[in-house]
Design a protein around this ligand. Structure first.
Ligand SMILES: [Zn+2]
Ligand SMILES: [Zn+2]
Length: 288
């Protein structure tokens, strides 16, 4: 199964996309500013981890010592008040190394613990080879990362090749950022494939040929271009069987899209899905 490993240029792509979406989506500006600050810390952690190459048996200690303090600093400096408060309280009560370990084991944890663990561990796993990812626990099945067993954060259609009208569908791992191929029109949470159980929601007027509903309650389009939709390349893929959803990013429709960034900035789609009573398979790093 092909697994794409993020290379260093991935970080400059993410930075570029944060800048683009920040200009276009004023409603997400605060969140994107914070995400940009976290990304800078993560990029540095990625480069250091690639150079340090910590052995997998020392992974937790390495992340706790080399990365966690930087993520704490950036969160205190640039994070939302509530996250900052929660983080300070949790650091008084628990050991960050344990938070990282629980995230690697796929255990239930408080959102703030998970934020700290995944923000710190993610870039290190991206930088290291498969043996580091193999130290993580979780099922190695179609709906989990083949490298680390992590759950999917999002789904995306890759750019189509010349002989295909539509690109392949991939899932992206919430833990290590690896991607793997997955069947279209199949729930990434439970494997449901009966079309009567699967719903697609997209922004009004942006989808054709797909069954689905209109996402309401979105902020208005940019004044400079009233015809332009915010998320013409994105949709909510929801499942009636498990009542869960994730967001899909169509990179073929918008070659500038960077799935992990576009997904974080699409807050109105998350709010809409929640209003419909669906819960996300995996909330993203920013908690949506
Ligand atoms: Zn993974
Ligand atoms: Zn499902």
């Amino acid at each position: 199964m092909p697994v794409a490993i993020a290379a260093a240029p991935a970080w400059s792509e993410r930075r570029r996309r944060v800048g683009e979406l920040r200009r276009r989506q004023s409603f997400a500006r605060q969140l994107l500013d914070f995400y940009a600050a976290v990304l800078a810390v993560q990029e540095e952690a990625f480069l250091h981890a690639a150079a340090d190459a910590p052995p997998s048996q020392n992974l937790v200690a390495y992340v706790a010592e080399a990365v966690v303090p930087r993520v704490v600093d950036v969160t205190v400096a640039a994070g939302p008040d509530r996250l900052r408060g929660d983080l300070m309280r949790r650091l008084d009560a628990d050991d960050p190394g344990q938070m990282v370990r629980r995230w690697m084991r796929g255990e239930d944890q408080l959102p703030v613990d998970r934020y700290l663990a995944r923000a710190s561990l993610g870039p290190v796993l991206e930088a290291l080879d498969v043996s580091a990812r193999a130290a993580c626990e979780g099922p190695r099945d179609a709906r989990h990362c083949p490298d680390c067993g992590g759950p999917p954060q999002l789904s995306f259609f890759a750019a189509a090749s010349d002989d295909l009208a539509t690109g392949p569908r991939n899932l992206l791992c919430a833990r290590c950022g690896a991607t793997w191929s997955y069947a279209r029109m199949t729930c990434a949470g439970c494997g449901e494939s009966a079309s009567s159980k699967l719903s697609i929601f997209s922004e009004h007027g942006t989808m054709s040929g797909d069954r689905g509903s209109v996402v309401r309650g979105l902020p208005g389009p940019p004044a400079a271009d009233p015809q332009r939709a915010f998320f013409p390349h994105m949709r909510i893929e929801a499942c009636e069987s498990c009542r869960r959803y994730l967001l899909n990013v169509d990179v073929a429709a918008d070659p500038n899209a960077v799935p992990v960034v576009d997904e974080i900035a699409a807050i109105p789609l998350d709010l809409y899905a929640r209003e419909q009573g669906f819960s996300k398979i995996t909330t993203n790093l920013m908690g949506f």
